[in-house]
Design a protein around this ligand. Structure first.
Ligand code: C5P
Length: 330
């Protein structure tokens, strides 16, 4: 039987503002997600038991057992449907999005699996119901369903589409190896605690609340995350020259503390004329905003010859969210 195939984009964060750690271990965020034209493809077909096969970029480092986010997404949807679902599927993931790269590739595969199973099983779930299932699978999964440019709040799962004009030309510089998202958030907490101690926040440990770990800064000293109105205005104007200097990421110091070599890539990109340079999400991918397609081409060549990364791709944003490219309902 013909499988259902879904194409799903990677994301970069144009703003990532991180608040204090919550009691559930997550951090409250305000983020501006932006989907870019680097796509994974996921195919699902009915099977006797659920299995995952991964090919392409970094395939060997994707877990294929129960921990696989795509398999978890299929199970989460089957659980919601109860007896309405035919729950087992064979999932084939063709990866172009690097793994543990700050581009939400695993979340993208989970979102694609939700869309594919939704079609395969003819569930009739609305987009918003599918979004609720997505939020249960991971913080970035709802955005991979939606695509475009959107503001994320809460853990990142509460989305509002953003008014953004124009097309943005990016160069993504991939790093050798990946970074673990929980480790980057933990490093962010440690750096904040150290800064509080340095800047006279004495009594930090005493001030820590019951849910705080020893590594956490006192919650009242971490500002609540807030949306950059300047960035939103720049996005509405569609001017990459206005957007570039406003790219920001609270996780960047933490990612750089774990991977100091990324500084070389960021500096090189700026020196080669990028309008903005930022670590994507929890890293280690660095995203460079170019003025137009020609400048993106030049930047990609310059970064490659500078030897500051393991590879580059040119992408455009905003890209559409997870969408079916081939299907035959079972
Ligand atoms: O939701 P997801 O599984 O993608 O998150 C992975 C990890 O990233 C979480 O377990 C948590 O350590 C960290 N995280 C966080 N705050 C968020 C999102 C993710 O601390 N808002």
């Amino acid at each position: 039987m013909t499988p259902v195939t879904v194409r799903v984009p990677a994301k970069v964060n144009l703003q990532l503002s991180v608040g204090p750690r919550r009691d559930d271990g997550y951090h409250d965020l305000v983020t501006v997600f932006h989907a870019v034209s680097l796509f994974d493809e996921v195919s699902v077909r009915p099977a006797n038991r659920t299995s995952v096969r991964v090919t392409g970029q970094d395939a060997a480092s994707v877990p294929v057992g129960r921990a696989n986010l795509a398999a978890r997404a299929a199970r989460a949807l089957a659980d919601v449907l109860g007896s309405r679902g035919q729950s087992a599927v064979r999932i084939e993931i063709r990866k172009r999005i690097p793994v543990s790269a700050g581009l939400a590739g695993g979340s993208a595969d989970a979102a694609a699996t939700l869309v594919a199973c939704n079609e395969l099983w003819g569930t009739g779930l609305t987009h918003s119901e599918l979004g609720d299932v997505a939020a249960g699978v991971g913080s970035d999964v709802p955005f991979a369903l939606l695509g475009g440019t959107a503001v994320g709040q809460g853990r990142g799962e509460r989305l509002t589409a953003a008014l953004a004009a124009g097309t943005y030309h990016w160069v993504l510089a991939f790093a050798a190896g990946g970074l673990s998202t929980p480790e980057v958030y933990a490093a962010c907490d440690r750096l904040r605690t150290a800064r509080v101690a340095r800047t006279g926040g004495a009594g930090a440990a005493e001030a820590a609340g019951p849910g705080d770990s020893a590594d956490d800064p006192p919650r009242e000293l971490v500002p609540d995350p807030a949306l950059s109105t300047e960035l939103m205005a720049a996005l509405r104007s569609g001017d990459p020259g206005a957007v570039g200097p406003l790219l920001s990421n609270d996780l960047q110091p933490a990612a750089l503390s774990l991977r100091p070599d990324l500084r070389l890539a960021l500096t090189a990109g700026r020196d080669f004329g990028a309008l903005g340079a930022v670590v994507s999400g929890s890293g280690p991918t660095c995203a460079f905003l170019a003025a137009n397609a020609d400048q993106a081409r030049e930047l990609a060549v310059a970064l490659t010859s500078a030897g500051v990364c393991r590879g580059v791709v040119r992408v455009q944003g905003p890209a559409a969210g997870a969408a079916i490219v081939a299907a035959e309902r079972g």
